[in-house]
Design a binder for this molecule. Structure first.
Ligand code: UDP
Length: 328
């Protein structure tokens, strides 16, 4: 291998929320970045600032089908998947396929290129957890045939096949379990609590809290998450590692926080709790601290500022586009 050449990384889901932030990070680290996406939930807007760069390539393709990448690869990050509850309810088969067939294709690609691969797993592998906070050793409490089963089981299969490639083929593999993450480039209408609440507060609508709002989540700012993933990829640890922010909040408190921060007059509108909605979620990040020397730096107040600003700009842009379409 020519030691002078730039390191090459393939990022699947590269036009998505997390994938596009990973592209930014690897470009900043001096890599040649190949982003792949079928654009069913990702968008070119997330990477439009990168496409003109010499060190960046974009492949519009579906990784659930055979993946071909010419040239050498040093690293693969598999981040392609619908990832919000609404998305995977609307695209259950694609969700199952990208987590299973897609992962299999990328493991095969990693093997043929002798690349190290990191797969994006999720706190959903713990299901509606019976232990709290969730440690990596917990096996989870998942309903395979419930609405979230398509995502949860695809990701559990993904972990299993990734470990099998490591064990049987000696492939260099990494598994990150991602907890709720937010930040710029999240889709305003992906149905998740955070963009829903901010969009509603800024748009003059009541905030839709599902159930009584006593369920908890722990929200991590995207820059912290990306740092954790980068460190995990560069480490030599093959078992799953939780990356997330352990600061836990109930969804009702979170809606109230958004109401306060936006200064809106809107109230909370309670709606039925979706089936199998986890009652509590908080990562135990002892492993990430010990193995990666990582912990989150951003408080919610710090992370919500740029996120809110991003959503304000997005809403403004959407209004301008709608107005100019009406004029045409
Ligand atoms: N939620 C809510 N109102 C919304 C969207 C979501 O109360 O408009 C709740 C949802 O039921 C869940 C929590 O907020 O308990 C977080 O949901 P999200 O979709 O962000 O992700 P999840 O952690 O459930 O995958």
């Amino acid at each position: 291998m020519n030691s002078m050449r730039k390191k090459r990384v393939l990022i699947t889901g590269g036009a998505g929320f997390l994938g596009s932030h990973l592209c930014d990070r690897f470009i900043a680290e001096g890599f040649h970045v190949i982003a792949m996406d079928n654009l069913i939930t990702g968008t070119m807007e997330n990477i439009e600032h990168l496409v003109k760069l010499k060190n960046f390539e974009f492949y519009h393709c579906d990784v659930s089908k055979f993946v071909h990448v010419p040239g050498e690869l040093d690293y693969i990050l598999h981040f392609a998947s619908p990832a919000s509850p609404i998305d995977y309810l609307q695209m259950p088969i694609q969700t199952l396929k990208v987590g299973s067939l897609g992962t299999h294709n990328l493991l095969g690609l990693a093997k043929s290129k002798k690349a190290r691969i990191l797969v994006a797993s999720t706190s959903e592998v713990y299901g509606d957890p019976l232990i709290h906070p969730q440690k990596e050793e917990y096996w989870g409490h998942v309903n395979p045939v419930g609405p979230r089963g398509v995502y949860d089981e695809a990701k559990r299969f993904q972990e299993a096949i990734t470990m099998a490639y490591h064990t049987y083929h000696g492939l260099e593999t990494r598994i990150v379990r991602i907890f709720n993450t937010y930040g710029p480039r999240m889709r305003l209408n992906d149905g998740r609590a955070l963009p829903a609440f901010i969009g509603q507060a800024l748009g003059g609508k009541d905030l839709t809290v599902f159930g009584d709002g006593s369920q908890t989540r722990s929200f991590c700012y995207v820059d912290d998450l990306i740092e954790g993933i980068y460190r995990l990829l560069m480490s030599d640890y093959v078992f799953p590692v939780n990356i997330g922010n352990p600061e836990e909040i109930t969804i009702k408190q979170f809606a109230e926080e958004i109401i306060r921060l936006t200064g809106t007059e809107q109230k909370i509108a309670y709606q039925p709790l979706p089936k199998d909605d986890p009652k509590q979620r908080q990562p135990d990040i002892t492993k990430a601290k010990e193995i990666l020397g990582w912990k989150p730096k951003y408080s919610r107040a710090e992370g919500l500022k740029p996120t809110m600003e991003y959503f304000k700009q997005r809403i403004k842009k959407t209004k301008v586009e709608a107005a100019s379409e009406n004029e045409e």
